[in-house]
Structures are given as C-alpha cells and as structure tokens.
Ligand binder design. Sequence first.
Ligand SMILES: [Zn+2]
Length: 183
Amino acid sequence: MIKIHVNITVILLFCFFASIKVIAQTEIKPVEKYVDFGFKKVEARKIEAIIVHSVFNNSGGDFYDVDLILKQFSRYRVSAHYVIGRDGTIYQLVKERDIAYHAGKSQLPDGRKGVNSCSIGIELIIAFTETPTNEQIQALAALTNNIKSRYTIKFVLRHSDIAPGRKTDPWNMNWDDFLSKLN
Ligand SMILES: [Zn+2]
C-alpha cells in the first residue's frame, strides 16, 4: 500500500514539473544587449505591428556574430528591438516602448506610413544563402506569441511586405510555416 502511495506521489511530482516546463517554454527571457543608437524614446505609443527582418555581419569575420552585427547597426544608426541568434537565443536591443529604426521607408497594408512608430522589429540572423534554423523559428514564434498576448497586434509582416522592391528580407524563410505556429 505504501509503495502504491509513493508511486502516485512520484507520478504527481512528475506531472507538476512537466507542467512547469511547459510554462517555462512560453516565457521569454531575452539576453539584454541594450544599444545607445538606432532608437527614439517616446512618452507613449500604440504597438500594432510586428515586422520580421534578417541580417548578418557582412563586414568581415563571423557572419553570425551578434556583437559584430550590433557594430554594423551602430554605423548606420539603426536597430531592431530584438535579434534572434542561430541557436534561438533572443537578444533585446531596444525597449518595446521606444521606437526602433528598423523599417525605413515603409507602408502597412492599411496605407499607414512610418511603420517604425507603431511596430516592434525582430531580426533573424541569416546569411543570404542560408535558411533560418528550427531554433530560430521556434524562438521567433514564442516571442511573437508573447508580444501578441500583451498588445493588440493587427499585422505580423515581413520587411519585404512593407517595403516591396526595396527590401527582400527575411531571406529563405518559410513564412506560412512560421504563421502556422502563431496563436
Ligand atoms: Zn529588414
């Protein structure tokens, strides 16, 4: 009888820790790498769009080195809110409440221009000839769902959707597969 009781306790404990793991997977804990360029502090803004980009270091050295990519951003005085590394690590560069300069000349499907002011920008580290890794897509979906749970998001779009003819990123990405992972 005692043995059965112990077994049930073990099973219940297992279920408890398994459920904690599921919750932990949806929690977002970005690595903080706040920048001092490429953004503007504002009193308040309405966040309605998520824009997905891709980037790599094309200034020599490792394509995928996040610090070299940040140096590249600093030269152009641009930034996104988040960068997602090849291993799925999420780096936060700009607070969500601030406007990051990631979209440039752009337009939403409803005709609004100046997409930076109402959007959160996310960069995936991808070289031109590579595809995003599974870890990156999982992290992007988790981050997007997390953002969607906190704001009324009307649009989840690619940079190429809001700046057609001018921008082609995110590169080599199965967009429909990513959209199918969103809540
Ligand atoms: Zn872009």
